[in-house]
Write a protein that binds this ligand. Structure first.
Ligand SMILES: [Cu+2]
Length: 596
């Protein structure tokens, strides 16, 4: 017997080889699984490495006081403890609600400061009386509990406010699409080639995998540029994702969710539906996740790969000869996966462009988290100060979504520099007497650090390779172009601020280390302050001509509106990795046969 005690498996993943071993060609034979498991009796977390070829344990280590992501068994215990508690049943009865329709949603506890060694979840009460189809539509405001998930008991019950329950809603089965069909077909088949976990499309080659925590991630991303297949990224992954809510009050002020580290993007992956989530020409790929018993589950279609029309790629009409036009249609390849965490569905997309741009896009949809209130409408003062009512007796509090992507860029090789590019006015002088001139100023980032947006200077960041230069002897590079910008609103004294430092600056850059994979630490549910990126940059390791890792946090501040109820149409958020001097010309415009 390997483990003479009852255990719950929190994470099982294929262990990545050390990068140095991979690059030296020493890692191809390795088949190692990383396992994070919890001894049920003591809540002690243990990390185990298993040699899958030999069927033996390589190493075991205890991680005292570290709390893994929620497991479905833990959620089940917490749900049972909440819904069966006589005080909860009485609370439903007192509100005139039938307790047999009681529902609850379970949230990781955050910085609880409660009993060490114990694991807690918050249970929030909902009501799902038929025909209400989605419990998130009917919160039982004022009723929630902290559950000790080992003892299966309520640690603290909060039942201190009563709001009316929102009315029952039902989606009618009536046709809503009165538009004529629009079907995507590829009569000659797809241009996407999938072989195992390798994908090839147009000038791109990459490998993909689904991680239980970090979701869809790409490895060994290469692009054919200047006549050679050149590395761009060793790996790109969603390192963390955070949703802080802005509402006040005892039952709301703690609400923020690390969707990756506390719940797992791959653990909560769901299949893509052709014709709805993705177009008809999609290639669906399967992935495997595991449950808390260690049993593997294959999710059919949990990754989608498809080509789509990208509109115009370029065009020009010659002024002196109006009949002389040149132009070309663009195409993109999308690789996507869906993670459903609580009330939101996130569609994570990597979009490959023909010109070497790798666009990161997240589609946010689902149900905005509602809060029960006593009113059905605003009063005459509602011009500047209005509650965002989305239904009778429901508001949807303002919140934010932050996403951090870890990008191990290897721009035409692992030895790179990180630079910051600010566009500023040039000094007034004989050639610039009226001060209209401006130009980009590049500065090497000499050591590990975090940097902020500067919209006035159109700030961006690049990772470049001084040993690989284009036809003009300019170092090849890739730029991070900001798009959706947001900063956290939390005061520094808020207990969650030190745990989510990755939201306090958008751009972080570190020297490569195998173990540094997650912006808010591998186990953010532990609630420890200043873990992840703040500790990675603390020693300010030098960065010149070395293997640099860029981390980028983008975000959006979601001020809700009734048009997002009962479901929210997709919001898009993201950024792009754009080739800068990586190519010596627009490679989509052929100037001569073969390579220039
Ligand atoms: Cu939102």
């Amino acid at each position: 017997m390997l483990f003479p005690y009852e255990i719950e498996f929190a994470i099982i993943r294929a262990q990545e080889p050390k990068k140095s071993e991979w690059n030296a060609g020493l890692a191809s034979h390795q088949r190692i699984a990383y396992v994070a498991l919890v001894k049920s009796a003591t809540n002690l977390l243990m990390e185990v490495l298993v040699d899958l070829v030999k069927g033996s344990i390589i190493s075991k280590s205890d991680l005292p006081s570290i709390i893994p992501p929620e497991t479905e068994r833990e959620e089940k215990r917490a749900k049972e403890a909440f819904l069966k508690d006589p005080r909860v049943i009485a609370a439903y009865n007192r509100r005139g609600l039938n307790p047999i329709y009681a529902q609850c949603e379970l949230w990781a506890i955050g910085a609880s400061g409660l009993s060490p060694g114990k694991h807690f979840l918050r249970a929030i009460a909902y009501y799902q009386e038929p025909p209400a189809e989605y419990y998130d539509w009917r919160p039982v405001e004022g009723l929630q509990a902290i559950i000790d998930t080992s003892e299966m008991v309520i640690y603290t019950l909060l039942d201190n406010e009563t709001e009316p329950i929102a009315p029952v809603r039902r989606i009618l089965n009536v046709p809503t699409n009165i538009l004529k069909p629009l079907l995507i077909t590829q009569s000659q088949g797809s241009s996407i080639r999938v072989r195992g976990q390798q994908i090839q499309w147009y000038k791109w080659k990459l490998m993909y995998s689904m991680d239980p925590i970090h979701g869809l991630q790409l490895f060994h991303v290469r692009y054919q540029g200047d006549c050679e297949e050149r590395p761009v990224l060793y790996k790109i992954s969603i390192s963390e994702m955070l949703v802080p809510y802005g509402a006040e009050g005892e039952q709301w002020r703690w609400r923020r969710a690390f969707d990756a580290g506390e719940y797992g993007l791959g653990l909560n992956a769901s299949p893509s539906i052709i014709g709805q989530d993705v177009p008809e020409n999609t290639i669906l790929l399967n992935c495997t996740t595991s449950d808390s018993y260690g049993k593997s589950t294959e999710i059919a279609g949990c990754i989608a790969a498809y080509e789509r029309d990208a509109g115009l790629l370029y065009k020009h009409t010659e002024y002196t000869r109006p009949g002389q036009k040149n132009g070309r249609r663009g195409r993109q390849m999308v690789l996507s996966s869906i993670s459903t965490v609580g009330n939101y569905d996130y569609i994570y997309e990597y979009i490959l462009h023909m010109d070497g741009t790798l666009q990161v896009n997240v589609r946010l949809t689902g149900i905005p988290l509602p809060r029960g209130v006593s009113s059905k409408e605003n009063d005459a003062t509602c011009i500047e100060s209005c509650a965002t009512l989305v239904n009778d007796y429901l508001i949807a509090p303002t919140h934010q979504h932050f996403f951090n992507y870890r990008m191990d860029l290897d721009v035409d090789g692992p030895e790179n520099y990180a630079i910051q590019v600010d566009v500023t006015n040039d000094p007034i002088g004989p050639d610039n007497p009226d001060g209209g001139a401006f130009s980009p100023k590049k500065k090497i980032i000499h050591s590990e650090t975090a940097r902020d947006y500067n919209v006035r200077q159109s700030r961006s960041w690049q990772v470049i390779n001084a040993q690989s230069r284009n036809r003009f002897y300019t170092p090849r590079g890739y730029a991070i172009k900001p798009l959706d910008m947001a900063y956290s609103f939390s005061y520094s004294q808020n207990p969650y601020t030190p745990q989510s430092e990755f939201t306090s600056h958008p751009f972080w850059v570190t020297a490569y280390k195998d173990e540094e994979q997650a912006a808010a630490s591998n186990f953010p549910r532990t609630g420890a302050p200043y873990q992840g990126l703040p500790e990675f940059i603390a020693d300010k390791q030098p960065l010149q001509n070395t293997d640099v890792v860029a981390w980028y946090t983008f975000g959006l501040t979601h001020t809700t509106r009734p048009g997002e109820w009962p479901f929210m149409n997709v919001h898009n958020a993201g950024f792009s990795l754009v080739p800068y001097n990586f190519l010596s010309q627009n490679s989509e415009v052929p100037l001569k046969a073969g390579c220039p």
